[in-house]
Design a protein around this ligand. Structure first.
Ligand SMILES: Cc1cc2nc3c(=O)[nH]c(=O)nc-3n(C[C@H](O)[C@H](O)[C@H](O)COP(=O)(O)OP(=O)(O)OC[C@H]3O[C@@H](n4cnc5c(N)ncnc54)[C@H](O)[C@@H]3O)c2cc1C
Length: 463
């Protein structure tokens, strides 16, 4: 069995749907191949809540302007300069238009959630979350006449001299078939759900990683493209990784397993030692480093420790905190050395200086004389019951990807642009994110480059 379309989109998340809609609006016939069954369609996008876009003025749901320059400075800071400035600035400029474009595709916004997020000015929240956002995009795509196949895993790509010719897919009942297309948009995510691939860079430690999103993002399309001559971009060990509850499932635990309580307490490793400044910067700019920090600790486990005065300050997660009336009792429940934990907390408490606590700003609650310091939001841990969350690295998505240009067109190893292959979303996130992360950028990368990829793919295919 074989079929032919103008544009083939591989993937079923935000990047794929933005590309499919954009290509269809550009006049192309479009097929979307989603490897997951219909209920699980939409990859990691299902778990999302918001997107970061530049805007010059407050909107109905955004509390103030977030200029292109401020977005760029944030990106520069979180990546430590490891970004492609041309592509990043292009993405930021285009993100301004995405705020309206995505609404034209049926997505609705809602005001920011509160708590530790501090995103009310910069990030737009999807009304109903990522699944609702996806439902709107699928509905629009289908209304426009985009064909969608679920349970349709692409298992091979036919590429000759940088030109995509066809894809082979495997379906549970229908078996194998081939699709030919005038252009390809690869939007099949990173390789975060492929533990064996992660192990190539992280060794046995990767066995202790939990994967926050879809088990379907195994990086198979990324690998095929790199094996068939596409230029890679990004460091394979770089990824978005947060601290999630150690009791979370291996895959797909989603947002409800993430702990946003770090700034309210301290974090210790299995030797009951602190290892990093828990108050370095506002949480949206720091939450994404904690996965890597925990990954570097012995046995890839750590414990967020706080006391009963802060329990209502952050979003409750799926798992209740572990409690003890004394530090020693808590240590026993966590299998930590009680004397070591008592000493760490005593030293920390003694180092806390008086200040005015405010988690929404870089406040003046600091420690003095301990290493590592806690440079904001430092308050004594002294009111029982004492509480803890065990945490492990929760891998969100990887940054190794396919190199692209401003048209979202993939570049081949010889530096030449591919004739008809485009990429969007996680699969090319490393072009913009060399390391680090600012909340809401995953969806910006997918929407902006998805829209561009679809438009350019349609243009190519129709010429
Ligand atoms: C818990 C969680 C919360 C997050 N929250 C946010 C947030 O609020 N804001 C934000 O910006 N980002 C967030 N992210 C990151 C965000 O999810 C991603 O950056 C974004 O969804 C990526 O979109 P995508 O389309 O590139 O990939 P995905 O949405 O992951 O889609 C990839 C698709 O490719 C399909 N696929 C893979 N291999 C194949 C194959 N061989 N054949 C066919 N199909 C295949 C998969 O089934 C999947 O549907 C979050 C991630 C997680 C896990």
């Amino acid at each position: 069995m074989s079929s032919k379309y103008d544009v083939l989109v591989i993937g079923g998340g935000n990047a794929a749907l933005c590309a499919a809609i954009s290509a269809r609006r550009g006049g192309a016939s479009v097929l979307v191949l989603e490897g997951a069954p219909k209920f699980y369609r939409g990859g990691n996008t299902r778990h999302t809540r918001n997107m970061r876009c530049a805007h010059d003025a407050a909107t109905e749901i955004l509390t103030g302007p977030y200029t292109e320059e401020e977005f760029w400075e944030d990106l520069l800071r979180v990546t430590g300069g490891q970004t492609n400035e041309v592509l990043a600035r292009h993405m930021i400029r285009e993100s301004k238009d995405i705020l309206n474009w995505i609404v034209e595709q049926g997505v609705r916004w809602q005001p920011s959630l509160g708590g530790t997020l501090s995103l009310g000015r910069t990030n737009s929240f999807f009304l109903g979350g990522g699944r609702a956002m996806l439902n709107a995009l699928y509905l629009t795509a289908e209304r426009l006449g985009v064909a969608v196949e679920y349970d349709a895993e692409v298992i091979d790509l036919v590429i000759e001299d940088g030109m995509f010719l066809a894809a082979r897919l495997q379906r549970p009942v229908k078996g194998q078939s081939e699709v030919r297309a005038g252009a390809l948009v690869a939007a099949a995510g990173g390789f975060e759900a492929n533990i064996e691939w992660l192990k190539q860079y992280w060794g046995e430690a990767a066995d202790n990683f939990l994967i926050r999103g879809t088990p379907y993002n195994r990086g198979s399309i990324l690998k095929m493209l790199l094996d068939k001559g596409v230029q890679e971009v990004g460091d394979p060990t770089q990824c978005h990784a947060v601290a999630i509850d150690a009791r979370a499932p291996k895959f797909d635990g989603g947002i409800i397993t993430r702990h946003d309580s770090v700034v309210f307490g301290i974090v210790v490793n299995k030797h009951a030692q602190r290892f990093y400044d828990e108050g370095e910067d506002l949480w949206p700019k720091r939450y994404a480093i904690w996965g890597r920090l925990v990954a570097a600790q012995p046995d890839q486990i750590a414990y967020i420790i706080f006391d009963s005065t802060v329990v209502t300050s952050f979003m409750p997660t799926l798992f209740p905190p572990i409690a003890g009336q004394t530090i020693a009792e808590l240590a026993g429940k966590l299998a930590l050395d009680p004397a070591a934990l008592e000493q760490t907390i005593t030293e920390f408490n003694a180092a806390v200086r008086p200040g005015t606590f405010d988690h929404t700003i870089l406040d003046d609650c600091v420690t003095e004389g301990i290493t590592p310091p806690k440079t904001h939001w430092a308050r004594r841990i002294e009111t029982p019951p004492f509480l803890a969350y065990p945490v492990r690295p929760g891998i969100t998505f990887t940054y190794l990807g396919t190199r692209v240009n401003k048209e979202a067109r993939m570049l081949m190893k010889d530096g030449k642009p591919s004739a008809n292959m485009f990429a969007a979303g996680e699969i090319m996130a490393g072009n913009v994110l060399g390391k680090g992360y600012a909340a809401g950028m995953g969806m910006t990368i997918g929407s902006v480059f998805g829209r561009i990829a679809g438009r350019e793919a349609a243009k190519h295919a129709r010429n």
